[in-house]
Design a protein around this ligand. Structure first.
Ligand code: NAD
Ligand code: MG
Length: 382
C-alpha cells in the first residue's frame, strides 16, 4: 500500500491523480489540500477519507469544517495547512500539484520529513532548485517528475548511464499561437489563449503554453532534475505532442518516450516508478497519425522562451524574478487588465531591474518575489 498526500487536489493534475487512486486499490489518500473549493474538497473527503485536509482560504476552511463535522478528518487553513499536509506522518509520497511558488515551503518541509515528491509544481524547482535538489539527496528522497516532458526524459534515461547523455531534446507543442506573427499576437484575448490544441490543463499553465513561458520554465526544471547544462537542453517544436521528449547520447542514439497526450501516464509512472501499471486510455495509432513534424521555436516572436534562457544563464535569484513577474502578469491577463504581449514585457522589465543574489535562501526567494510584484505594480497602471 502506498499512501499519498496531494497539494492541489481539486485542480487538473490533482483530480487526475485521484482518478488513478480510484483505479488502483493499492494507493491510499491520507491528506489533501486545495485553494478554496469547499464543495469539491468535501466530495473528495467523503470519497477518499483522508486524515488531514487543508484549504488556503481561511473562510473556506471554516465552511468546510462545518460541512465535514460528522467525519474524523482534521481541517487546517493557510500555510499551516499546506505544511500539515506536506509532513503528515502516514504519507509516503507528496504529489505537488499546486500552482506557483507557494509550493516552495511545503515541498521543502516534505523532503525534510522524508517524503518522496511526485513533482508537478515546476515553479518550485525553477525558483528553488538549488535548495531542493541537494536537500532531496541529503534526505535520500526521490524527486519524481510528473510534467510530461520530464517524465519522458526520466523514462528515456532509465537504465542508461547519465554521464553518457549528450543532450535533452525537450519537445513543445508550440501552443495555440504557433505560427502567429508578433503583430497578430497583439490582439489575442484570454479565450484565444485558453484554447490549447492538445492538452487540457489549469488556466495558468495554459496561458504559459501560449507565451512559451511554460517551455522556458521546463528548460529550467530539466536543468535541475537531470543536472544538465543549459546548452545541453534544446527545445524542439513538435505540434502533434506524441513524442513527449527525448534524450540523445554520446554515440548519437536518441531515446524517446511516445504516447497519447494524457497526463495520467506520467502521474502513474511517478507513483509506481520503476514499475509500469496498466492504463486503459487511448493508444497511439501510427496509421491514423500518419506523420509527425518538427520545427525550430520562434524565440523572436515568443520572447518568453528566450527570456527563460537569459534568466537561467544569470542564475541565482533571476529565475525567481522571471517566474514571479510571469505569475503576476498571467494573473492580470486572466483578469483582462493587460494585453497578451504585456506578459513578456513585464518579465523583461522586472529582469532588467533586478540585481542577482547568487544563491538565495528561501526568505530571499520570497522577498525577491514580493519585490518583483511591487515593481510591476508601481511601474504599470492597469
Ligand atoms: P490547476 O489550476 O488546475 O489546479 C491548481 C490546484 O492548486 C487546485 O487544486 C487549487 O485549489 C490549488 N491551489 C491553488 N492555490 C493554492 C493555495 N494557495 N493553497 C493551496 N492550494 C492551492 O493547476 P494544474 O494545471 O493542475 O497545475 C498544477 C501544477 O502542475 C502547476 O505547477 C503546473 O505548471 C503543473 N503542471 C500541470 C500540467 C497539467 O496538465 N495541468 C502539466 C504539467 C505540469
Ligand atoms: Mg509539460
Amino acid at each position: 500500500m502506498k499512501r499519498i498526500a496531494i497539494l492541489g487536489s481539486t485542480g487538473s493534475i490533482g483530480t487526475q491523480t485521484l482518478e488513478i487512486v480510484r483505479e488502483n486499490r493499492d494507493l491510499e489518500v491520507v491528506a489533501l489540500a486545495a485553494g478554496r473549493s469547499v464543495e469539491l474538497l468535501e466530495q473528495q473527503i467523503r470519497e477518499f477519507s483522508p486524515k488531514v485536509v487543508a484549504l488556503w482560504d481561511e473562510k473556506a476552511a471554516e465552511a468546510l469544517r462545518i460541512k465535514v463535522a460528522d467525519l474524523p478528518v482534521k481541517v487546517y487553513a493557510g500555510m499551516e495547512g499546506l505544511l500539515a499536509v506536506a509532513v503528515l506522518e502516514e504519507a509516503d509520497v507528496l504529489v505537488t500539484a499546486i500552482v506557483g511558488m507557494i509550493g516552495i515551503r511545503p515541498t521543502i518541509a516534505a523532503i525534510e520529513a522524508g517524503k518522496d515528491i511526485a513533482l508537478a509544481n515546476k515553479e518550485t524547482l525553477v525558483t528553488a532548485g538549488h535548495i531542493i535538489m541537494p536537500l532531496a539527496k541529503k534526505h535520500g528522497v526521490s524527486i519524481l517528475p510528473v510534467d510530461s516532458e520530464h517524465s519522458a526524459i526520466f523514462q528515456s534515461l532509465h537504465g542508461e548511464n547519465r554521464a553518457q547523455m549528450e543532450k535533452i531534446l525537450l519537445t513543445a507543442s508550440g501552443g495555440p499561437f504557433r505560427g502567429k506573427t508578433y503583430e497578430e499576437l497583439k490582439s489575442m484575448k484570454v479565450e484565444d489563449a485558453l484554447k490549447h490544441p492538445n492538452w487540457s490543463m489549469g488556466q495558468k499553465i495554459t496561458i504559459d503554453s501560449a507565451t512559451l513561458v511554460n517551455k522556458g520554465l521546463e528548460v529550467m526544471e530539466a536543468k535541475w532534475l537531470f543536472g544538465a547544462d543549459l546548452d545541453q537542453i534544446q527545445v524542439v517544436v513538435h505540434p502533434q505532442s506524441i513524442i513527449h521528449s527525448m534524450v540523445q547520447y554520446v554515440d548519437g542514439a536518441i531515446i524517446a518516450q511516445l504516447g497519447m497526450p494524457d497526463m495520467k501516464l506520467p502521474i502513474l509512472y511517478a507513483l509506481y516508478y520503476p514499475d509500469r501499471m496498466p492504463l486503459g486510455e487511448k493508444r497511439v495509432d501510427f496509421f491514423k497519425l500518419h506523420s509527425m513534424t518538427f520545427e525550430e521555436p520562434d524565440t523572436k516572436t515568443f520572447r518568453g522562451l528566450k527570456l527563460a534562457y537569459d534568466a537561467a544563464t544569470a542564475g541565482g535569484s533571476m529565475p525567481t524574478v522571471y517566474n514571479a513577474a510571469n505569475e503576476k502578469a498571467v494573473g492580470l491577463f486572466l483578469q483582462r487588465r493587460i494585453d497578451f504581449l504585456t506578459i513578456p514585457e513585464m518579465i523583461e522589465a522586472a529582469m532588467t531591474e533586478h540585481r542577482v543574489i547568487a544563491a538565495p535562501d528561501v526568505d530571499e526567494i520570497l522577498a525577491t518575489e514580493a519585490a518583483t510584484y511591487e515593481m510591476i505594480e508601481s511601474r504599470w497602471h492597469f
